[in-house]
Design a binder for this molecule. Structure first.
Ligand code: SAM
Length: 314
């Protein structure tokens, strides 16, 4: 939280966008810290996040703006995927923004509610959609996707080293009986070879399936150019990611907009002309990602793998 506030300390955040409202923690802190804010735009795909965040933001607005609250700070809450940012801002007549925050991934509300199907600790239907707009569910993936595709998402998105074995176990189990609940999926996965330390054997499988259900990496790819395009000069974009693939997308996209040419791929002959550097439209504020201190991790275990990257529009 402090790092996010710090990233925007010197920005006049008249129009602020929070792409991942969740329970409204970051949003509220930004409203409180930036009295100059005139328009707050918050996205979340999940209707229950809006139900929780809206009253909190209204209270923060009333507490910091007094009687003039509703006329001095406009709150626009958009129930949509942040990858629709360009169209949504246009529909709200926003012609430039000063600050954008994205705090990627699921929220504790998702994990704590068994009926959402995100948690291997609670039994629930195999759903895992963050919002109703997702076009597939975990149940569909687990029961209908080919074994190779399940293996691929476990390997790529779950970073599961036993992907081949676990994809096979899932497919063997579903041939006997459809897998319909989180508990049934945990049973199908069973134990995995080797030492697991503190992480549950189903952790990586659940992560891989969740990322596929919500096309989380595709959404990050899409939103970065849209957010950078929306920024006014001097405006900043801050992204917190929890997954190495997300962080590598953010790193690559930020470097691209900072005018760095992609390193040539292995196959490209070194005597071939090098790719041209793209135009530089942002500067990198964090050259290396910021990671939480051990004190922060003690207070919030989820922050353990968080990485924050920030860039500024030129
Ligand atoms: C980690 S939580 C955000 C927590 C929030 N920053 C806070 O302080 O309470 C992530 C939220 O973003 C939402 N989300 C994730 N991906 C999204 C996307 N592509 N578009 C819109 N919302 C998304 C999730 O539904 C979840 O509520």
């Amino acid at each position: 939280m402090d790092e996010v506030l710090e990233a925007f300390r010197d920005v006049r955040a008249r129009t602020h966008v929070d792409g991942t409202l969740g329970a409204g923690g970051h949003a509220r802190a930004m409203i409180e810290a930036h009295e100059e804010m005139e328009h707050f735009v918050g996205f979340d795909v999940d209707a229950s996040a809006h139900a929780l965040a809206r009253p909190r933001l209204e209270r923060a607005r009333a507490a910091t703006r007094g009687d003039e609250a509703t006329t001095t700070l406009r709150l626009s809450l958009v129930e949509a995927n942040f990858r629709r940012m360009r169209e949504a801002l246009r529909a709200l007549d926003v012609d430039g923004v000063d600050s954008v925050v994205l705090d990627l991934g699921v929220s504790s509300m998702h994990l704590d509610r068994a009926e959402r199907g995100f948690s291997f600790m609670n039994d629930g239907p195999l759903d895992m959609r963050m919002g109703e707009s997702a076009t597939t569910t975990a149940e569909e993936i687990v029961n209908a996707w080919p074994e190779e595709e399940i293996g691929r998402i476990l390997r790529e998105y779950g970073e599961e080293k036993h992907w081949r074995l676990l994809a096979r176990r899932i497919c063997e189990r579903r041939a006997e009986k459809e897998i319909r609940t989180t508990r049934e999926l945990v049973d199908a996965i069973g134990n995995v070879p080797g030492k697991w330390g503190s992480i549950h054997p189903a952790t990586r499988t659940f992560q891989g399936i969740r990322i596929a259900v919500n096309d989380e990496l595709g959404a990050v790819e899409d939103v970065i150019p849209a957010a950078i395009e929306a920024l006014r000069p001097g405006g900043r974009l801050a992204i917190i990611s929890f997954h190495s693939l997300e962080d590598s997308i953010v790193k690559r996209r930020f470097r691209h907009f900072a005018g760095r040419a992609e390193p040539p791929s292995e196959e490209v002959n070194r005597y071939m002309p090098q790719p041209e550097a793209p135009p530089k439209i942002v500067k990198l504020i964090t050259r290396k990602p910021k990671v939480p201190t051990s004190a922060e991790i003690d207070v919030n275990v989820r922050s353990r793998s968080a990485k924050l990257r920030v860039c500024e529009k030129l």
